[in-house]
Design a protein around this ligand. Sequence first.
Ligand code: UT7
Length: 319
Amino acid sequence: MKTIISDIATYLPSKIVTNDDLSKILDTSHEWIYTRTGIEKRRVSAENELASDLGIAASKKILEQTNLNPLDIDAIIVSTTTADRRFPSCACRIQGAIGASRAFAFDLNAACAGFIYCLAVADSIMKSMNLKNILLVAAETLTKFVDWTDRSTCVLFGDGAGAALLKASNDESKGIIATKLYCDGEEEKYNSILSHSGSQNGNRGYTTMAGRAVFKYAIEDMTLSINEILAENNMTINNVDWIIPHQANRRILESMCKLKGFPIGKVIITTRDHANTSSASIPLALKEKMDEGQVKQGDTLLFTALGAGLVWGSAIVKL
Ligand code: UT7
């Protein structure tokens, strides 16, 4: 039995904020942001538009696309670092809003690596619990959790959501081939380079990041996970059609290819339009490139990501 990605849908808030818009409120410029990150614009959710709202919109689209009866969804897993509330989870709200009343539902927070962590968990429970349909939603509103006066972080992030319908299939020729997850949570070392203060500060808090350190870890750790997952599955990069990484910064991906020998022509890069949407960035990139016809059914995809924790990992999926 295999877990396949049967369909994917996305949702982006309507408000577009360009680098030029930001240069009017901050000491920054389009030139600085674009050359350092590859980001040109990002979507910003409305004040009352929360992570679960983005997730509900993406989930409704996928139900429409697939004609799936929501009662046939067995489980809903939501990847988010920006849940509307401490509890109940975004997954519960989405379950109620789309009428998936037979599904159990929970959130999973693995920061920017959340989509890959959720794929691993979904694949595992699909098999161990004998499920048929899992809705995996990545929904993020990081623009609500940055300090809009801190130019070193706020220019980097955007909001968005992706929903993937995962199905159990007897077709062994496609689906999730492997997932590999990592975490190094040495608090002093990593919380000082990338974290969100949250209730530690007695308020909502803000995202802080030591960009250069994260840049280095992203290259080293994503490379490690790619090389290990390929080796463990007797594959090489030649067996992969597309590398779809977390879209934090175009320069990270270009440097990783240059330093580690990955073929840049196989790397999907969508940072320009979406900025860093945390765990939503991989499904957003996948959907965009499938719609453009670049990524096709039958392609072998390698997802990779690193985020706060640090957490990181890779997944290999044949569409
Ligand atoms: O999703 C989780 C994973 N996150 C990532 O992977 C992000 C990883 N890191 C990065 O993408 C990059 O490190 C950044 C884009 C965040 C920063 O690029 P950088 O080349 O590492 O720049 P820097 O932080 O070393 O800053 C260089 C200069 C500094 O000025 P001084 O000290 O050299 O005078 C900053 O103050 O650029 C300044 N700066 C800015 N200038 C204009 C920082 N932010 C801005 C800004 N506009 N927005």
